[in-house]
Design a protein around this ligand. Structure first.
Ligand code: MRU
Length: 352
């Protein structure tokens, strides 16, 4: 994919361009995001989505807020405006920790000394660009570390979209596949369509097809059947937030896959950058789960498929306890059998 998922165009008075992921695969539309409000809606409506990508989006959202602040504004007023933009963007989606991680990282920069508002603006745009570039680099490293997990002629199952579209570039779960494919390995991927918003059918199927990787689309409720027939060798997904003990939130349906995988003795892997870990919470129980509009279930894409007035419940994520996870692949290596000690040890060692 040549076009970046999202990128900043121009100087500190510039704007963001992103692929509108709600239009794929039918239409490849690049949209312009000019204000924090535009960015909030783009995140909320999943025009930009996937944990690492919304982290980058939030960082750029801060720069869009500053664009509205004149260069000669007193520094304290500029800082106040940044704090407001940060609080506002933090209300867009609750589960992926990368969003809060990026906002906090931008906020920490504000604690440095700046001679004036103009230099603060420059510095924050440089930081947001760095967050984007580092995410792209981390994804390549995840691919390198995890490619060996994929064996020749494997049948892999994945859920939702953890590809280039969900990150700055290259993806997390799909990074393993892209990397193994680049090494010339032949394998095949079952793609869960991922109800209700079909990130698997619309985005993962599209990305794998573009890369020339063999893929077969299935409905979510077919995965257990395929496992029982011995047709799945391993499952690889991304994550939106990983607690200190290795419990991992990911797209709704991931937990069911992990339990089924355990029942069929199929290894279940998660691929995620260090920005997806939230060591401030001891377990997955503390991960806030986004509840979305029931209409996404009853009337997807304005097509009513359920009786008027029926109640519907739409949690967007679930939590897979660490006991179900064979390993987590990060940009610095692999955490085997993740638990509180192995997660802490891995992140501490890789941070030094
Ligand atoms: O609601 P979404 O599409 O933002 O959900 C995305 C996922 O669940 C991904 O699997 C996760 O963010 C990992 S992306 C590298």
């Amino acid at each position: 994919m040549n076009q970046k998922t999202l990128e900043w165009i121009g100087d500190e008075n510039g704007h963001v361009e992103m692929i509108d992921q709600t239009r794929l695969p039918g239409e490849y539309l690049i949209i312009k995001i000019e204000t924090p409000t535009d960015m909030w809606h783009a995140i909320k409506q999943l025009k930009v989505r996937g944990a690492p990508a919304i982290g980058v989006a939030a960082a750029y959202g801060i720069c869009l807020g500053l664009k509205q602040v004149e260069d000669n504004t007193p520094l304290n007023d500029a800082l106040k405006s940044i704090a407001e933009t940060k609080d506002y963007l933090a209300t867009s989606r609750p589960t992926a920790v990368n969003l809060f991680w990026a906002l906090n990282r931008m906020h920490r920069i504000c604690q440095d000394n700046f001679p004036d508002t103009k230099s603060l603006k420059n510095r924050l745009l440089a930081e947001a660009n760095l967050i984007r570039q580092q995410d792209a680099d981390m994804c390549r490293s995840i691919g390198k570390h995890g490619a060996d997990i994929i064996q020749k002629n494997d049948n892999i199952l994945t859920h939702c979209n953890a590809g280039g579209l969900a990150t700055a570039e290259y993806g997390t779960a799909l990074a393993l596949m892209f990397s193994a494919h680049e090494q010339g390995k032949s394998f095949h991927v079952y793609v869960d369509e991922t109800r209700p918003l079909l990130q698997g059918a619309r985005l993962t199927a599209w990305e794998l097809q573009q890369a020339g990787i063999k893929a077969t689309l299935i409905c979510d409720n077919m995965a257990g059947h395929l496992m029982s027939l011995g047709k799945v060798d391993r499952i690889i997904t991304g994550a939106d937030r990983i607690a200190a003990n290795g419990d991992a939130a990911n797209k709704i349906g991931t937990y069911s896959l992990a339990v089924l995988a355990k029942a069929h003795n199929i290894p279940f892997y998660i691929a995620a950058p260090s920005s997806t870990f939230d060591l401030s919470i001891p377990s997955g129980k503390e991960i806030p789960i986004e509840i979305r509009d029931p209409k996404e279930i009853t009337s997807p894409w304005d097509n009513t498929i359920a009786p008027e007035g029926i109640s519907a419940y739409n949690p967007a994520f679930d939590v897979t306890p660490h006991e179900y996870i064979r390993a987590i692949i990060t940009e610095t290596g692999i955490i085997q059998s993740p638990n509180q000690a192995s997660v802490k040890n891995h992140l501490a060692t890789s941070a030094t």
